[in-house]
Structure formats: C-alpha cells, structure tokens
Design a binder for this molecule. Structure first.
Ligand code: GLU
Length: 410
C-alpha cells in the first residue's frame, strides 16, 4: 500500500465503525481539488530549473482548507493526497475550524541556494494564488520549509492582493507569526504522550524515549521531553544517530547539531543507524521524520511500548496491525502532531484581528485543545472498543460528516 492507500485503509476502518453508507464514503474520500503546477525558475548559473508542485485541497466542510507545504525529492501526488486527507481528520480531531489540504514541490532544497529557494517559493505562490487565500486555503510549514519560506510566501501573495498575513501561518514572530508556533508540534507531541501515560497512572519523568528525526519537530520534542524529566536515549537524523542509555545531554546535543548540521559524532554517546534506532529497547519510539518508516519488515522488531507519531503517516497499515496484535500503543499522528496546526489556527486568529497573544496564552490554549481531543478520543475508544488510531479517525470522520450534512450538497 502506498501512503494514500494506507490513509484510505484507516478511513475505511472508521467508516465501518460508524456504519457509514457508500454515499459518505465517496463524499469523504474524494478530494475537492488537485492542482499540479510546473515551477520553472532561473537558477543562479543562468540555467533553468524545472520542478513539479502540487496543492491538494481535500475537504473544507468545517472551514478553509489548511495544511503545510513540503519541499522534498520524494513528493508525489499520492503522498500529497494522503497528507491532505490526514489534515482534514487532524483539524477535526483537534477541533479547529479548518478543513484539510497539503502542498509540496518535488525538489531537493539542499541543492538550491537561498536565492533559488526564494525564487522557487515566489513562483509557486504565483501559480497557486488562484486557489488560496485567508478564507479559502492557508498553507504553512512542513518538511524542509520554515518561517523564512513562509515570509516569502506572505510577501509574494501580499504584493498581488495587498497586506494579507492570514494567507499563510508559521511566519516568524517579527512578521505577524505567533509566539510558540515554532515549538508547537513538538509541544503537542509532548502533551499527547503526557496524557496517554497519565491515563495509565504513569508520568513523563524517567520515561525512555527514542526519536527518529531531528528537524523542527524532533529537536523541539527532545528539548521539551528533557525539560520534563524524560530520558531521551537515542536520536537520529538523515546522516545517522546517537545513543546513550542514561539519557543524552539534550542542550549540548542541540548546540552540537546546530554547529555541525547533524547529531552524528556527538561525544559521550555511541553511534547507531536509523534502522537500529527503531529497534532499541525504550518505552516510547517517536518517528519524527518521513512517512512509512515502520512497516511489515521491521514492526516485529520494535521494542517500545508506545509509538508516538510525531511525523505524518509513519506507520504502514501492516505495521499498525502488528502493533495492535503485540499490544504496542500507537498514539496516532492526527492527534499526536496536531499541535502545529492548532497554533497555526491561533496565528490566523491573531492575524485576522491584528492582535498579539502572549506565549503563555498560546501554550495554555494548545494544552486545552490537546487535552480535550484526548478526552474525545478516549470516549470514542470506549464506545467502539477499538485502538486509539481507529478512534481518532472515527472521531474526525464523525465531525466532518456532521458538518457535511449540515451544509448540504446544494
Ligand atoms: N505541516 C503541519 C502538519 O502537518 C502543520 C500544518 C499547518 O499548520 O497548517 O500538521
């Protein structure tokens, strides 16, 4: 199964739990719009660079389309479709008034200069400008895109349509971004883990966690776990990983990674590969990078008791089944990593009102959303006697279906 088939498989499980008719299956599975653009730019040496970009708008029954923008060589229509659909259920589970969308450009951004990246972003904005807008579709950062890319995005859109900070979220705080947005996805993951452990009478203190991925989400998650007294025993990035059974010195590791561009060769830790990280003895495994890293070929080797899905779609359907059989609890992406879009919502609200919230207010509101979603997921689990993932999908689907029914097909 590819990424899109996996997402649809989880949706089918939810449709079955809710006993939905075929009418809804078609309505909820079908994306509203798929835009493909050829992004052609001039490179620094005068030659022409040609990249394929996408924006898939899955559903907007509950509010404007919302979702990130990813720059990665493996971006393709199936991946973007899957990620757009996941956003629909994520915004519903966390209960922010948005639908779901995703965009991406098939490009290796590390091969481009800063100026080339800027031209690529501005060209892409021009090409998708006809389908986005502050009340229509609001992009945000995702893999390999950041606050700087969102600044160019905001600027390019505003040149054409006038001052429009609410057209994109994840901007820097100096340019109408929200305080707390950078940390938000990692903070949401931490809160999800805290709630799940807390419901079983456990706490974060002393919990041993392995994190795959040390980008925005993985690095913030490691920092916040460390501050909460958890032991981050292993982390990795695209170049490799490091392990220390007593817990890695995260503040030192963060500066090491910043200086060297990677966690590898961090002193007082032993090296390990990405594949080994997934199989180490720990309480919590947090995939925080690419999709489908947990699959039929390695799911039986996972020794963690919990899989905290900081990435989007890290677990294949087969691996999910194996985890269920083995009693490994998957804390599903559409709740676990919803902190980012939740604070994107706060940013959008601040932009529309020309207000600025304090970081304490942002974090407190994020916590309320994460805790309320956990309560709703647990209730759904009890009702259906199902896994946390099946319950999260059922909850999201039920909320989107209700909105679809109320609006009518016209
Ligand atoms: N890219 C993030 C996600 O996958 C954030 C999306 C947003 O803030 O709109 O949830």
């Amino acid at each position: 199964m590819n990424a899109y088939e996996t997402t649809n498989h989880y949706l089918e499980q939810a449709f079955n739990l809710l006993k939905l008719s075929d009418r809804y299956r078609t309505l909820l599975l079908t994306p509203t719009r798929e835009l493909r653009v050829e992004v052609v730019i001039e490179l620094d040496d005068g030659s022409i660079g040609h990249y394929i970009g996408y924006r898939v708008q899955h559903d907007d029954s509950r509010g404007p389309f919302k979702g990130g923008l990813r720059y990665h060589p493996e971006v393709d229509i199936d991946e973007v479709r899957s990620l757009a659909s996941l956003m629909t259920w994520k915004t519903a589970v966390i209960d922010v008034p948005f639908g779901g969308a995703k965009g991406g450009i098939q490009v290796d951004p590390s091969a481009l200069s800063r100026r080339e990246l800027e031209r690529l972003t501005r060209r892409f904005v021009d090409q998708i400008a006809c389908v986005i807008g502050p009340t229509v579709d609001i992009p945000a950062p995702d893999m390999n895109t950041n606050a700087r890319v969102m600044s160019w995005f905001f600027d390019q859109y505003s040149r054409r349509f006038g001052f429009s900070p609410a057209v994109v979220t994840g901007k820097p705080p100096e340019l109408h971004g929200s305080l707390g947005r950078d940390a938000a996805t990692g903070r949401g993951c931490l809160l999800a883990l805290r709630e799940v452990l807390g419901a079983e009478g456990k706490s974060l203190a002393g919990t041993r966690v392995a994190i795959q991925g040390f980008g925005n989400v993985g690095s913030w998650l490691s920092r916040l776990l460390h501050e909460s007294g958890a032991k981050v025993v292993a982390v990795s990035d695209a170049l490799g990983g490091v392990f220390n059974g007593d817990g890695l010195a995260i503040p030192a590791l963060l500066s090491h990674a910043q200086q060297r561009g990677s966690v590898v060769e961090f002193p007082s830790a032993s090296p390990l590969s990405n594949a080994e990280l997934l199989q180490i003895d720990c309480d919590v495994l947090a995939p925080a990078a690419l999709g489908h890293v947990l699959h039929v070929g390695n799911a039986r080797e996972v020794r963690a008791k919990y899989v905290l899905e900081a990435a989007n779609g890290p677990t294949s359907a087969e691996a999910d089944q194996i985890f269920n059989e083995r009693g490994i609890v998957c804390i599903p992406d559409i709740w676990a990593n919803a902190g980012g879009v939740t604070v994107s919502y706060f940013e959008w609200v601040q932009n529309l009102q020309n207000l600025k919230w304090s970081e304490a207010d942002v974090n407190a509101s994020l916590e309320r959303h994460m805790v309320a979603a956990h309560r709703a997921i647990k209730k759904t689990m009890d009702e259906h006697g199902c896994s946390m993932r099946a319950a999260a999908f059922a909850l999201g689907v039920r909320r989107v279906k209700e909105a679809t029914d109320l609006r009518g097909l016209g």
